[in-house]
Design a protein around this ligand. Structure first.
Ligand code: GTP
Ligand code: MG
Length: 268
């Protein structure tokens, strides 16, 4: 007789980590598996292998983790480990823009090494925007989310140092992988949760990064009252917090209002 609440068949899954050297891949894995953080940098040499066990929706999962070295000299070692992966961490350091800009090349490396396009498309990927405990940031949350979303990847803000975001990220990764396995190896269609556009993000960034009020409104010195009001109205539509839910929209909207006030004073 079938026992009530009997566990489903245990699963074995393979997870890899990708991202530039020093982004924090090994520390994220260590934080999750060993609940500790090591501040000294110990570069992974080629590949590190570890096993952990989790239970997802009444199913025991044996997770094989292949933690890759990010340094280019280890390409010849790590390239063999991409195949048959079901999940991947794609890590960048929020304080290091180059590590963010390299994400695309990591995706390309994964596609090349996995070979089979459909196998690659079914790998569940979690982008980790890591080291959020450190300031200043070179990549803000909105930009990271937009990038991940446009690739159909999950996005998490993490800190291996404090532990923030780490459990949630692994939970989502494992759940995504189990769902894929239960779906015959086909990843569930990605549902965007963003609710904002690239254009809205770019406007926020321009407001925050501009050095003068003219620049904020996309104008040049000498612009008329009419120019200022027109530019203000155009940007207000994109930025108003009722319409723009992207991180940073409220702050950018305040900058827009004060830029308009200051420029109108100059015009009169
Ligand atoms: P490779 O193995 O060379 O590819 O690097 P990696 O991505 O595995 O980086 P690793 O985990 O070794 O971390 C690199 C450095 O960043 C170490 O000095 C860590 O202590 C530090 N580090 C990692 N995660 C965090 C974090 O969330 N916050 C802070 N402040 N430092 C971190
Ligand atoms: Mg490492």
């Amino acid at each position: 007789m079938e026992k009530k609440g009997r566990m489903k068949r245990p699963l074995r899954v393979k997870i890899i980590s990708m991202g530039n050297a020093e982004a924090g891949k090994s520390c994220i894995i260590k934080r999750y598996c060993e609940k500790r953080f090591v501040s000294k940098y110990l570069a992974t040499i080629g590949i590190d292998y570890g096993v952990t066990k989790v239970n997802i929706r009444d199913r025991d999962i044996k997770v094989n983790i292949f933690d890759m070295a990010g340094h280019p000299i280890f390409y010849e070692v790590r390239n063999e480990f991409y195949r048959d992966s079901q999940g991947a961490l794609l890590v960048f350091d929020v304080g290091d823009r180059v590590s963010f800009e390299s994400l695309e090349s990591w995706v390309q490396e994964m596609q090349t090494e996995v070979g089979d396009r459909s196998e690659c498309d079914n790998i569940v990927v979690c982008v980790c925007a890591n080291k959020i405990d450190q300031k200043p940031r070179a990549v803000d949350e909105a930009e990271g989310r937009i990038w991940a979303d446009s690739h159909g990847f999950h996005y998490f803000e993490t800190s291996a140092q404090t532990g923030e975001g780490i459990n949630d990220m692994f939970q989502a990764l494992f759940e995504g992988v189990v769902t894929t396995v239960e779906n015959g190896g086909k990843k569930a269609p990605f549902q965007t949760q963003l609710g904002y556009t690239k254009e809205q993000i770019e406007v926020i960034q321009r407001l925050k990064n501009s050095k003068s009020d003219y620049e904020r409104l996309g104008l040049v010195p000498g612009a008329s009252k009419d120019d200022v009001n027109k530019a203000y109205r155009r940007l207000a539509v994109l930025l108003h917090p009722d319409k723009n839910v992207a991180p940073g929209s409220e702050e950018a909207f305040k900058l827009l209002v004060s830029a308009r006030t200051a420029l109108l004073k100059r015009c009169s």
